[in-house]
Design a protein around this ligand. Sequence first.
Ligand code: PGA
Length: 221
Amino acid sequence: MKKRFIVANWKSNKNSQEAKGWLVGISNFQFPISNEKEVIICPPFTLLSTLRTAIDEKSMPVKLGAQNISPFAQGAYTGEINAAQAREFAEYVLIGHSERRTHFAETDEMLVAKVKQALAVGLEPIFCIQSDQTAIPDGVTIVAYEPIEAIGSGHPDTPDDAAAVAQAVKEKYPSVTAVLYGGSVKADNVQDFTSVPSIDGVLVGGASLDAEEWDEIITNA
Ligand code: PGA
């Protein structure tokens, strides 16, 4: 069976108490998760350390991702977290999410710089695209297709549309080995996407915040 990436994007949600409660909730996870499922949690920066410690202590088969990084290396960039700082805690990083493009004016040029920063320190980018026309920087191997109208709307794209985009991206960018789908994925529709041969996993926002729902998403994926 193909490997599936199951990625939680917590966005700007949860404080440390809430994160600890969520971790208690997922202690019901049926470990070990099958090798074919790469489970990745992307919390806010403030929670990366807490989750890293918990995952290591309990040897949970879960990876961590940052939700963003600076386009610059270390230095005089007030307020920024650079790739090497994120790499202390995380294996992956989301780059180019539509919310960052829309609310924080991230340009294609900045995203190329972020991908370079990530790759230089061994942080694997999960590069978000909004259509098969979105430019994908060199070096990216994992892409998440997230049509804007499907995000947080309760109206996911159809598996057929998502499959067509995944196929088109893989043909246009032979270095891309995995295309995930994101946008209103929940426990009861995750399999509609993960069962499609050209779709290699899911990026889940809202539904990942609830430990029980997340547990079910992993089981069903
Ligand atoms: P959603 O968000 O699952 O809440 O639609 C997905 C995302 O934006 O990554």
